[in-house]
Design a binder for this molecule. Structure first.
Ligand code: AMP
Ligand code: MG
Length: 423
């Protein structure tokens, strides 16, 4: 019996696959071996007007040799001026090193993160300490919400009995509270208790099934699913009324992680930065060229070429869900991807390949991207207009020979979205 144990090999993340780190299209192409830094570079450094992009790279200030060497035979007074000026310049540049962009990268939640700090005055030591604090904050999120850590708060909750409320930390409470709000607002399309179904269909710790599950196990998994069985008490206790309910925050946790890092950076006085975890991205202030942060929307296919370019302003976030990264084909050749429609208890199977969502915070963008992927544009866009008027979305729908864009009315204007130039 052939089984895929990828999930068992990834003890640290939310996400049950290894070697396939990305589930969303802000990432890089397979050619650039799964490193989002390449995409960030490509998008933020290359300007369509100036295709080579060289003049967009932040200039490296020269600290020495800025004044032309004087020819022999010049009066000695001029030589003294030359040296005074040069020494003055060196002294000044030593006092205030020119700000440069900084890039911090690392691993978290079974994927990678990248953080760009624009025109950062921080030295190497400061950056190292900042990154240690960021890593600690993200490790804390994992200790609270990763189902791949057996002693995390979420794992303890999943093992607990129905009449055994578990005290959870304030950040975890915030995520559960928002998850329940979004579940209610989306009519359960987003459901943080969908874990048993996700696992049954091959995207949880048990790995891939050999064939599509039969009706009986599907009914059994469905019986232990439902956000209405989850209760968060005012004093921060998480409770359930069916013992086997499996909380799964995989659709919202990366977004929360991004918000958490942004909060930390703001608290440290940073005003211009871009934070990205596994493709979910939030931009604050401006990039090193003083422009709004640019983010590439990838084509949801193997090419991973850019479909379009969006600009993030106002400290907003963009997140994407899709079926083209984490999927398999079952014995009938049908594509099975990792987002489950709680109404059918099966992986979503429609023509939508990806949904990108713009929201004021990354947690909301992340959760709604998953919900809208379930709903599709026909149900999703009216719901967005009614319940989330500040949120915008772009659906990429397969047409057979490409993708059709279906967007909420304000998407293009809010992100100054435009088709990607040929790079
Ligand atoms: P994302 O990539 O943000 O769309 O998150 C997908 C992950 O969320 C899956 O791997 C599951 O762990 C979980 N998930 C799948 N379907 C749903 C759903 N309908 N509601 C909430 N979470 C889901
Ligand atoms: Mg999501």
């Amino acid at each position: 019996m052939k089984r895929n144990f990828h999930a068992m090999e990834n003890p640290t993340g939310f996400f049950p696959y290894r070697g396939k780190k990305f589930s969303t299209p802000w990432k890089t192409s397979p050619r650039r071996v799964q490193d989002p830094r390449h995409l960030a570079w490509r998008v933020n450094q290359v300007c369509p007007d100036r295709p080579n992009g060289h003049n967009l790279i932040h200039p490296r200030h020269k600290a020495v040799g800025v004044f032309p060497r004087l020819r022999r035979g010049k009066p000695w007074k001029l030589k003294i001026e030359y040296w005074i000026l040069n020494i003055l310049f060196l002294a000044l540049s030593a006092c205030s090193p020119p700000p440069r962009d900084a890039l911090l990268t690392g691993q978290t939640m079974g994927t990678s993160y990248s953080i760009r700090l624009a025109a950062s005055p921080l030295g190497r030591g400061d950056l190292r300490r900042l990154q240690a604090d960021i890593d600690a904050a993200l490790a804390e999120v994992n200790r609270q919400m990763s189902t791949y850590l057996s002693d995390s708060e979420i794992s303890r909750f999943n093992r607990a009995e129905a009449d055994e409320p578990v005290a959870i930390s304030p950040d975890f409470q915030h995520v559960v509270r928002r998850a329940l709000e979004i579940a209610a607002a989306t009519g359960g399309a987003f459901d943080p208790t969908v874990g048993a179904l996700v696992n049954l269909w091959g995207f949880g710790p048990d790995g891939r099934p050999c064939a599509a599950p039969a009706a009986e196990p599907i009914a059994a998994a469905r019986a232990i699913t439902g956000w209405r069985h989850l209760l968060l008490t005012p004093d921060g206790q998480l409770a359930k009324d069916i013992p086997d309910l499996r909380l799964d925050l995989g659709a919202i946790a990366k977004g929360f992680g991004v918000d958490r890092v942004a909060e930390l950076l703001r608290a440290r006085g940073r005003e211009h930065f871009l934070v990205e975890i596994g493709g979910e991205t939030l931009g604050v202030g401006r990039n090193g060229q003083g422009e709004s942060w640019r983010v590439g929307v990838l084509k949801p296919d193997e090419s991973a070429d850019l479909q379009g370019i969006a600009r993030l302003t106002g400290g907003r976030a963009i997140a994407t869900s899709g079926d083209y990264r984490n999927f398999y084909r079952d014995e009938t050749g049908e594509l099975r991807a990792h987002i489950v429609d709680p109404r059918t208890a099966a992986p979503v199977g429609h023509a939508v390949a990806s949904v990108s969502v713009l929201a004021g915070d990354c947690l909301t963008a992340d959760a709604l991207a998953t919900a809208l992927f379930v709903l599709g544009p026909d149900e999703g866009l009216p719901l967005l207009a009614e319940r989330f008027p500040d949120v915008e979305a772009l659906f990429l729908v397969r047409t057979g020979d490409g993708f059709r864009e279906i967007a909420s009315p304000g998407f293009a204007a809010a992100l100054r979205y435009e088709p990607a130039p040929a790079l």
